[in-house]
Design a protein around this ligand. Structure first.
Ligand code: MN
Length: 481
């Protein structure tokens, strides 16, 4: 990895920001003085680490306060500076961000296990206060994972597992796709080094073999779109190693992974996404079963795109992801895209967006309010938020995300308390089901309600999987007494 200096950081920030650069220099100088005499395990001066963290943040166009906080993120923890001093030298935002990141990584509990639980809870609830704290923490983790080769083997594995369990889902939930995929691949390379190398080699071979074919398709599609006057850009997209690994461990052969060869087609408007889809289907035969419309049914982390798999030249399967330029930014950076849209007002926009649109956020707040005990809290979050999910549809076609194992009771209470309390059954994919029915991906769920219903049955509380449903059932029972 090339080593970077403060001028590299300044130059990068200059590409999207003209004011506040002297503040970044000031933060760098302060951090340099404070970390003076400290070294990384690699033998480099410590300041290299916060500088790289700030650089990662600048790559996703973070605002000036966030970059300053990135430079200062380890100072409260590792030097004798106080939060107040940071506030005096900068402002309360920078001070709160550094303090937030510190709280996340340093808590004093006598018991090691409880410490981890409390720590994890802090990370998770940190997102509810200011999502920028989490973004800094993700950048911090990313640089630490990039430099993990200097740690002992057992630490490497421990950190990698933690990264996959906590940081990857967080990156996914806020839509920070690039950070997520890099974290996944780094983790896998330490947990399963042989598997990693094998997949990497095969992937490179397949990509090389198919390079001409993909270029051929790319040029043809560009020509078609240009002829129709549709502004476009096409990129060859490669799937990350961990993504392939997930398919391989469920028994798929590498040659059968349908999105291994993939083109990202970006156009200027939603209308043109569908026109492009039509044109691609006219040119190449499609496989219907792999078609997905995430434009009208966005993923729960706000990812939007059309996915279609077609027979390319030589009958090779190629996936095309069609989206607008704006959707592509969200696909790469998620919530962080707001820095692009409105750098100074981004923080408020991010928090507002989280509250209104991101389903996992509501679950976190709910679980946080229900569990006093750190261990129970963390276990519940792992079960509900960080486990695999099922995605099902309401009758209106809205996508609802629920933890794996959820029942129609969980679905009903997720829609509305009254729907749960008045439920008498449900129709799933046109068939009647009872309350024991466990939801599967893509189920279409219609809850049958009756104004005269008795309310939740006694056994529902045990059948329900989510804390939302359990809480509402309990509340109903208390009111009835
Ligand atoms: Mn750090």
């Amino acid at each position: 990895m090339k080593s970077i200096g403060i001028e590299d950081l300044i130059n990068l920030v200059k590409t999207y920001k003209t004011e506040g650069l002297e503040k970044i220099r000031k933060a760098y100088d302060m951090a340099s003085v404070l970390h003076e005499g400290q070294f990384r395990q690699s033998g480099e001066p410590y300041i290299i680490h916060p500088l790289n963290v700030a650089y990662i943040l600048a790559e996703i166009h973070a605002d000036i306060d966030t970059i300053c906080a990135g430079l200062l993120h380890d100072t409260i923890e590792d030097t004798n500076v106080k939060k107040e001093e940071i506030e005096e030298n900068f402002n309360s935002d920078v001070a709160n961000l550094v303090d937030g990141v510190t709280k996340i990584s340093k808590l004093n509990f006598s018991n090691k296990v409880d410490e981890n639980m409390a720590n994890t809870r802090k990370i998770i609830t940190g997102i509810t206060e200011d999502v920028r704290i989490i973004i800094i923490k993700l950048a911090d983790r990313l640089h630490n994972m990039r430099t993990l080769q200097y740690k002992k083997h057992f630490k490497q594995v421990e950190n990698s597992i933690e990264t996959l369990e906590i940081f990857v889902p967080l990156a996914y939930y806020i839509g920070a796709y690039r950070i997520k995929t890099e974290l996944e691949d780094l983790s896998l390379s330490y947990i399963k080094p042989d598997m990693y190398k094998r997949i990497e080699a095969t992937k490179l071979k397949i990509e090389l073999e198919n390079k001409d074919l993909l270029l051929d398709m790319t040029n043809k599609i560009i020509r078609i779109l240009n002829d129709s006057g549709i502004p476009n850009e096409i990129k060859i997209r490669t799937k990350n190693i961990y993504g392939i690994y997930r398919k391989v461990i469920i028994g798929q052969k590498l040659s059968e992974v349908h999105d291994l060869l993939s083109l990202k087609v970006m156009v200027d408007s939603i209308d043109n996404c569908y026109r492009t889809l039509g044109m691609i289907h006219k040119e190449y035969h499609s496989i219907d079963e792999n078609f997905k419309d995430y434009i009208w049914n966005p993923k729960t982390n706000m990812y939007r795109s059309l996915h279609t798999t077609v027979f390319g030249p030589d009958n090779k399967l190629v996936q095309a992801q069609i989206r607008t330029f704006d959707m592509d930014k969200i696909a790469s950076f998620g919530l962080c895209t707001y820095w692009e849209i409105n750098n100074d007002g981004a923080r408020d926009l991010m928090q507002k967006e989280l509250k209104e649109k991101y389903q996992f956020f509501k679950s976190l707040i709910e679980i946080n309010s229900m569990f006093g005990d750190n261990r129970e809290f963390v276990n519940q979050v792992k079960k509900e938020v960080f486990s695999d999910n099922v995605y099902v549809y309401t009758p209106k076609g809205e996508v609802i995300e629920l933890p794996l194992g959820s029942t129609i009771i969980d679905f009903a209470y997720k829609i509305h308390t009254d729907v749960g309390n008045k439920m008498v059954g449900a129709i799933v994919n046109d068939k009647y089901v009872n309350e024991y029915y466990v939801l599967k991906n893509k189920d279409r769920v219609f809850i049958l309600t009756d104004e005269a219903a008795f309310g939740p049955r006694d056994n529902w509380i045990d059948i329900a999987q989510t804390s939302t449903a359990k809480k509402k059932i309990r509340e109903f029972k208390i009111r009835e007494k």
